[in-house]
Design a binder for this molecule. Structure first.
Ligand code: NCD
Ligand code: ZN
Length: 346
């Protein structure tokens, strides 16, 4: 018995593609299903200027295999030296769709991020004026704050003050992991949205830490308690247009994950759509999947929805996904949800 679900082609509103050989290996995994993606700028060195974003965009398009279509939606990495006029020009040219705020030291390649939030006020004011979205990595970096509390503290100490000081600034809270974040989004106006990853709908912190340490489930922000995972599921499946998919698919080679100090990131590009179908079906919300994966994101970013469609198929036998993607730098492990999945993209 098969079941079919035809939906608008989805987009990914938070994606790491990297560069070079890694880019060539992972890009088809996203382009196979997704029409567009917001491309994270945390390369080494980061994508800071409009010129760097244009060059990175060209490298992504050059890496796209023959016959595949995909539109990278570029972002700029906000630094304390970012020039508001360069940001405005890159936005006016249609090149960038968002600016990414990384608190310095919060995550992979965030060393060039922001330490003193007052220093980026002129950029944020310019963005509010021109309607350019700010994407936030919402964690404080204060060592006195427990890592499981860093998102909630970021909302109080950094995000809410920035939003109060900058009326009209459009913000996407990226990869939210807590009930606190989902509640904050719901308590605010329509200038605030949030992305939720596939893996945060599936794992809680036990998956990382109980019964042996599982580096492939370690990402930032780190997965929280079960009550938070449930709150994220409720937000994603609610139909509320302020919540949309951003996979945060973040490839690292196994060699870099399986270290005494391993990298943060889950690689979910390959099986995200299948996993989302599973999750939404489990919650009796298959009718809400298209909103979350295909409609709410374009609406927030004021972009048209994709014109073509994909078909999700549920089959009787469990679907076998590749365990790893081969890259010239070594294998990248595909996120394993830990349960049988019967959905696939036709
Ligand atoms: C991301 C990466 O590897 O670039 N890692 C992650 O755990 N999500 C960075 C990020 O988005 O925090
Ligand atoms: Zn990310």
């Amino acid at each position: 018995m098969t079941q079919e679900l035809r939906i608008t082609r989805p987009d990914d509103w938070h994606l790491h593609l990297r560069d070079g050989d890694m880019l060539r290996a992972v890009l088809p995994e996203t382009a196979r299903h997704f029409g567009r993606a917001i491309i994270m700028p945390n390369l080494v060195p980061p994508v800071v200027t409009g010129a760097q974003a244009a060059a990175y965009r060209d490298r992504i398009l050059a890496a796209l295999p023959e016959g595949m279509t995909f539109e990278p939606l570029m972002t700029l990495y906000l630094t304390e030296d970012t020039d508001p006029e360069d940001v405005a020009a890159a936005h006016a040219a249609g090149l960038v769709k968002a600016v990414k705020l990384y608190p310095a030291g919060a995550t992979t390649n965030s060393q060039s991020g922001v330490r003193d939030f007052d220093k980026v006020r002129p950029v944020l004011e310019k963005m509010a004026e021109i309607g350019l979205t700010l994407c936030t990595h919402g964690e404080v970096t204060d060592h006195a704050i427990d890592i499981f509390d860093r998102e909630a503290v970021f909302i109080d100490r950094v995000l809410d003050p920035i939003r109060r000081a900058t009326p009209g600034l459009r913000v996407v809270m990226e990869h939210i992991t807590t009930r606190n974040a989902a509640d904050y989004v719901r308590s605010q106006d329509r200038d605030l949205g949030a992305t939720i990853t596939t893996h945060h709908l599936i794992i809680n912190r036990n998956h990382i830490l109980a019964g042996g340490i599982k580096p492939h489930y370690y990402c930032l922000p780190v997965a929280k308690r079960e009550e938070h995972r449930i709150a994220l599921r409720q937000a994603a499946t609610s139909g509320d247009a302020r919540f949309f998919i951003g996979t945060d698919s973040a490839p690292h080679t196994d060699a870099n994950k399986l270290l005494p100090c391993g990298c943060a990131g889950c690689f979910t590009a390959t099986n995200t759509m299948a996993l989302l179908a599973h999750v939404f079906e489990e919650d009796g919300a298959l009718d809400k999947l298209e909103g979350f994966a295909c409609k709410h994101g374009p609406a927030f970013y004021r972009l048209p929805e994709n014109q073509d469609q994909i078909t999700l198929v549920k089959q009787a036998e469990p679907v076998i996904f590749p365990e790893k993607i081969d890259t010239k730098d070594g294998p990248v492990t595909v996120f394993d949800p830990g349960f049988a999945v019967h959905w696939t993209v036709a």
